[in-house]
Structures are given as structure tokens and as C-alpha cells.
Ligand binder design. Structure first.
Ligand code: ZN
Ligand code: ZN
Ligand code: FE
Length: 671
């Protein structure tokens, strides 16, 4: 909402005084209300509202700030807002009270209110009311993942987080994303908002409705997406009444239909520069110019990955990157993803001549791509997961098609590698067309397969067993808390599985290394409740000891059979256990681990530089959202004169891979 609209909204003499849908050509909804193009009112959900005479005049007057503002509306002719209880009964208003003020009053009493916003529903409650926040966690079945907050203004935000000038500017930008920043001591904030976290995600009110709602709040509101855990955010009143019925006490609804679901965008700061973690409301879909060499690109559809999915169209020489879709394994997300693809193809009059997918045969996105390719008889191109991560980074930096290769360091949870191997810690010499793997983290078994992704202790046992033999190490350090914490776990069975190679596929995953280290240090050792939890907490734990930390030893060996360098962690684990035994602090050990990883990765770069020509190093994959690793590595490499590319505008996680898939497929097919 622009400043001029806010002024009018607060002016009792204005005809849009306190109107929650005030907008003009400089502000207001767009993508969330579009059904088709051209972007005319008739093609939006504002079609349902006939403009009154006063609005019509503004719409037709070229001198007016609202000339051809498609969502133009006023209290006389536009959408309205009302409040319901969980039984879908409208709450009657008394005197001059309005529904938004009443909702705000109920929030102050501890109620959970589902609020229909711009691109979907939020669930809101008073962030300083411990009982309310806990109730929301319980009802939403979201035990630990931090909740985002909304605060009335930047000044209030600065009571809760360390706000730099750059972060403040982004917080106040028109895109108004959730900005994740280091938290300050704020005892009034409920601990259940972000358990065990040193960071908070904050946003400012971004629609007139939110401005009105926050009007009397000098403390934050929890504003978490309006869904059950894992499912998509509700967008229609009926969906919300059904899905959120046993979560929300009240529903603040309106009758401007949301056509396209748009989650809040999320951004963090690293070395005081923004790094986008999730792109949706305010930033997508925005076309990205293709780099030199891709002038004759055919229309293409890239279907993305499985988690944090996004997809991408290539149309008219541009990459059109979709908003965040979510984790496709949830049926509601998958359904919404298919609808979004259909809508994009309509909006952009797009008919793909080429389909790009991930090589993983079980990703739902890959299966869908395969189906579309069969049905429409369009060629299909399989793209290796980590090559896609690297190519997305090349696109972000506008690297030309025929540029010299870069050394990509792709660190993530898991991706499908050559011959069905599980990769996640790879050094790949790559351009858009070619990729050659030169080094990796030494693979470690994932005992129990998918369960190892959720239970960090399994990775710890596998890592220690590989380095030393489990029985030996467990008897050597019987007093360590980690070994004691496993008393009730089927460790013997696990070790047998590892020895006999049963359901324990090897993976060169950086994500699992973080899980293993976190578990040994007693961080989330039993189970994680959201993706990346152990790694995120390990990073935060390391921060306080960073300045005193030192790398542990590590080895780099050359694997002749595979023609690959491998980073081996045996001496690292020995040093870590020794420090733990000598009662060094968990924070220091965690920081030492981060420094070890940075040092090991930099050493491999050194080694490869003597044998291969690359112009720069591209750091990508979800692990490079770890501030200590990414900024540590940038520092070391820059000091050695190596230039570094790090995804900042596009997510480094799997949210970025659709772009990389598109670029690699284009490089193979077009000329
Ligand atoms: Zn405006
Ligand atoms: Zn009107
Ligand atoms: Fe990945």
C-alpha cells in the first residue's frame, strides 16, 4: 500500500476512510487476482464489483492517481470485510465498531483469528500471549518451526530484531517480504513463537486491511500461513471455514476472491546483503532476461524439484519463474501446483516445445513432466539435480552461454546423482551444457533410508561407525551424553544394517553431515520436525563462539577408481569427540565444525585449481543458506583471488532448480 493511499485511508474526510481495499495504480493486488490476460478488470476477481460513479470517474481520468487502476474500489461499490465465528455465524457489529477493530480486540483477548489477506489466509494471534501461541502450535500441529510475525512499523520491529539500514529498507519495500533477522532480548515475546531460535522473521503490514488490523498494536502479531502443517494455504472463504475450523476461533473474511495463491516471500541477510529463501508475494512471477547466447530459446516448461517446488517457463527469451509452490508430496500442494502450471500457460499464451525435469524418477514433478511429454509428444530432458543448482546460479549472474566453466560447489540434503546414487556434497566443473564431477564429500550410509532424513541420531551412528567402528567408539566414551541418549534406540540393529548393507544407501550429503554433528552435540538428536532443523540450530549455536573457533583436521584423498577427490572426516570426528570429552562448550565445537567444513571445501578448491581451468566458484544448494559456511567460504576464497557466485535473488535451495533445469535443457536444444 502506497503512502498516498494510507494517508487517504486515515483521513476521516476521505470517501475511503478506513476502507481495507483502498488502492491505486501504484499499489494494490495484481497477480493474486488475475484470471487471464490482458490485465483488465474483466479478467480479474474485481469483475464481480461494478464501479460506482465516483470510482468510474477516477478510473477514466488520465490525471487521476487511479486512472485505469484495475482493482479500484470504494466502500460504496467494492468488496467488504466481515467477521465470523467458527460456526460460520456472522458476528454482529455494535455502533461504530468495524469488523477489523473487533478482530483486533479479540486477538488482544487471546483468540486465534484466521485472516483472509492478499494471496491467502493467515492464522494470527497475539505474539506476547504464551498460551495463545502454544494453542496455535497445538492446533496447527506445528510443534517447533518458527512463526513469522507482523509488526506495525519499523520502529517496533527494531525492538525485536537487529535492524540494519539494508534490512530496514527491504522490510519497507513494496514487496514487503518476511525478513529473517537476529533477534534482540524481548521478554514480552512468547517463547513458543520461535523456540530455540536466535532469529525472528518479521514483516510489516502490506495491505490496508493489515494496516488497520495492526493499528493499536505496539507488539507483534503471529502471522503464520493459514493451513494445516504441510498443506497449502487456504485461499477461499469456504476452504478456510472447513480446513481451519478447528484451528481458528474467528474468521476475518472478505469477498474479493483470491485467484492465485501467493505465500509470503522470505529473505535473510548474510554479510548485510539480502539472500532470498522463498520467492512468492511481491517478487514473482517476474521475468528474468536470459544471458547472451540464448537468444533463440524455444518455449520450454521446467517442472522443478520435489520440495520447495517452483516451476519455470521460458517464453519470448525470458525465464518466468513461478511463485513458491511447496512440497509436492502433499496432495493439496500437488493439486495446486498443477493448476498453477495450467494458469501460467494460459496467462503467458505458452505452449512448450520442450520439457525439463529432474533426473529423480520418483519426484512427482518428474512424473508429471514425463506425462506431459507423452501426451503432447514433446521432447523431455532430464537434468541432474546439482548441475541444475549450479546453472540456476549462472543464470542469476547472467553468465553467457559460451563462458568458461565454473567450479560449482553444490551442498544440499539429497539429490539424484549419476546411476541413481544419492548426492549432496559435490564439486562439479560446469557450464550450462557440460558437467564433470571432480570431488565430493565421502559418502556415508543412510541407515533406514528416508528415516535417516528425519532422525539425526541415525546419521551420527553411521558417521561414527564408518570412521571408527561403533562398538569401539561407544565403549571408549561411555560417559558422553550422546551415547547415553541412545539407550532406548535400536543401535545394535542399526549397526548390523550398516555392516550388512541393508537399507542403508550411501549418500555424499552435506545436509546429513550437519545432522550427524548436531546429533552428537545433543541438538535435535532424536527427531527433527521441519526440514533443516538440526542444521539451522547447529549454525545458530555456533555463532556465539565463531571468533574463537578453529578448524579440526580433515583429509582429502584421491579415489582412483572413480577419479574423484574425497573429503574424509575421520580425524575430524576424532578431534570432535576428544573436545566433547574434554568438556569444551557445544557452541565452540559447533563453530569448529563450521570452520572445518569451510577449510576443507577451500582446500579442495585449491587442489582443483592446479589441475583445471575455471573462472570462478559457484556456491549453491540449501546448505549455502548457512551464513557461517557461505560467508566464511566467500571470505577465504576471495582472499585467494577466486571470485565467488552465491545465489541471492533466487533461492539457493531446491526452489531454484527449475531455472537451472530450464537453462541446461535450452543449452542442449537451441542454437
Ligand atoms: Zn496506492
Ligand atoms: Zn466506488
Ligand atoms: Fe537440492
Amino acid at each position: 500500500t502506497c503512502a498516498a493511499c494510507l494517508r487517504e485511508m486515515r483521513d476521516p474526510a476521505d470517501r475511503r476512510y478506513r476502507y481495507p481495499f483502498i488502492n491505486c495504480t501504484h499499489c494494490g493486488p495484481r497477480f493474486s487476482i488475475i484470471r487471464a490476460i490482458p490485465y483488465d478488470r474483466a479478467n480479474t476477481s474485481m469483475q464481480a464489483f461494478t464501479m460506482c460513479e465516483a470510482c468510474q470517474q477516477e478510473y477514466q481520468n488520465p490525471a487521476d492517481r487511479r486512472f485505469h487502476a484495475q482493482p479500484l474500489a470504494c466502500p460504496m461499490c467494492g468488496p467488504g470485510v466481515w467477521l465470523e465465528n467458527a460456526a460460520a455465524e456472522k458476528i454482529p457489529l455494535e455502533g461504530h465498531q468495524d469488523a477489523i477493530a473487533l478482530a483486533s480486540a479479540l486477538l488482544k483477548q487471546g483468540a486465534i483469528v484466521a485472516i483472509k489477506g492478499l494471496g491467502g489466509f493467515h492464522l494470527a494471534c497475539d505474539a506476547s500471549n504464551e498460551a495463545a501461541v502454544k494453542r496455535l502450535r497445538q492446533r496447527k500441529q506445528r510443534p517447533e518451526k518458527p512463526f513469522a510475525l507482523m509488526v506495525r512499523n519499523g520502529e517496533i520491529a527494531s525492538n525485536y530484531v537487529h535492524l540494519t539500514l539494508n534490512a530496514n529498507a527491504l522490510l519497507h519495500s513494496a514487496a514487503a517480504p518476511i525478513v529473517v533477522l537476529k533477534s534482540r532480548h524481548a521478554p514480552e515475546l512468547a517463547t513458543a513463537v520461535a523456540p530455540a531460535q536466535n532469529y525472528l522473521g518479521l514483516m510489516l503490514p502490506y495491505t490496508p486491511l493489515h494496516h488497520l488490523l495492526l493499528e493499536s498494536w505496539n507488539t507483534p502479531l503471529v502471522m503464520t500461513s493459514g493451513n494445516r502443517s504441510g498443506e497449502v494455504q487456504c485461499i477461499s472463504n469456504d476452504e478456510a471455514r472447513i480446513q481451519l475450523n478447528d484451528i481458528a476461533d474467528y474468521f476475518l473474511l472478505h469477498d474479493r476472491e483470491i485467484i492465485n495463491r501467493l505465500d509470503d516471500s522470505v529473505v535473510q541477510f548474510m554479510d548485510d546483503q539480502a539472500q532470498w529463501l522463498r520467492c512468492a508475494r511481491g517478487v514473482t512471477p517476474a521475468p528474468i532476461a536470459l544471458p547472451p547466447g540464448f537468444e533463440n530459446a524455444p518455449p520450454l516448461l521446467a517442472l522443478g524439484g520435489e520440495l520447495k517446488n517452483t516451476f519455470c517457463l521460458i517464453a519470448d527469451g525470458k525465464a518466468i519463474y513461478s511463485h513458491h509452490q511447496g512440497d509436492l508430496e502433499d496432495a493439496s500442494v500437488y493439486y495446486s501446483y498443477r493448476n498453477a502450471i495450467n494458469r501460467f500457460e494460459k496467462l503467458y499464451h505458452h505452449a512448450p516445445a520442450l520439457i525439463a525435469i529432474d533426473q529423480h524418477p520418483d519426484y512427482l514433478s518428474s512424473k508429471l513432466g514425463w506425462q506431459i511429454s507423452q501426451q503432447k509428444n514433446i521432447p523431455l530432458f532430464n537434468v541432474q539435480h546439482h548441475h541444475a543448482h549450479i546453472a540456476a546460479c549462472l543464470l542469476e549472474y547472467g553468465i553467457p552461454r559460451d563462458a568458461a566453466p565454473v567450479l560449482g560447489i553444490a551442498l544440499d540434503g539429497l539429490g539424484y546423482g549419476a546411476e541413481g546414487e544419492l548426492w549432496g556434497g559435490e564439486f562439479i566443473l560446469a557450464d550450462y551444457r557440460h558437467s564433470q564431477r571432480l570431488a565430493r564429500l565421502q559418502p556415508v550410509a543412510l541407515p533406514g533410508g528416508a528415516r535417516a532424513m528425519k532422525e539425526p541420531w541415525r546419521n551420527a551412528v553411521a558417521s561414527l561407525h564408518q570412521a571408527f567402528c561403533w562398538r569401539e567408539i561407544a565403549t571408549r566414551y561411555p560417559q558422553l551424553e550422546f551415547f547415553q541418549s541412545l539407550e532406548e534406540k535400536p543401535v545394535e540393529t542399526l549397526v548390523q544394517m550398516l555392516d550388512q548393507n541393508i537399507n542403508s544407501p550411501p549418500a555424499s550429503s552435506a545436509g546429513r553431515l550437519f545432522d550427524a554433528v548436531a546429533a552428537v552435540l545433543g541438538i535435535c538428536e532424536h527427531r527433527i520436525s521441519y526440514e533443516g532443523q538440526a542444521a539451522i540450530l547447529l549454525e545458530q549455536c555456533a555463532e556465539s563462539a565463531w571468533d574463537n573457533a578453529q578448524a579440526y583436521p580433515f583429509e582429502i584423498k584421491f579415489n582412483k577408481t572413480l577419479n574423484l577427490h574425497e573429503i574424509i572426516w575421520n580425524s575430524f570426528w576424532a578431534a570432535l569427540l576428544n573436545d566433547l570429552n574434554n568438556e569444551k562448550t557445544i557452541a565452540l565445537i559447533a563453530a569448529n565444525f563450521h570452520k572445518t567444513l569451510v577449510a576443507a571445501l577451500a582446500s579442495v578448491v585449491d587442489l582443483l585449481q592446479t589441475k583445471h581451468a575455471f573462472c570462478c566458484v559457484a556456491l549453491t544448494g540449501g546448505v549455502l543458506q548457512n551464513r557461517l559456511v557461505a560467508s566464511g567460504l566467500i571470505k577465504v576464497l576471495t582472499e585467494k583471488g577466486v571470485s565467488v557466485l552465491l545465489p541471492r535473488r533466487m533461492p539457493a535451495n531446491d526452489g531454484g532448480i527449475a531455472l537451472g533445469q530450464a537453462m541446461i535443457a535450452l543449452a542442449h536444444y537451441s542454437n
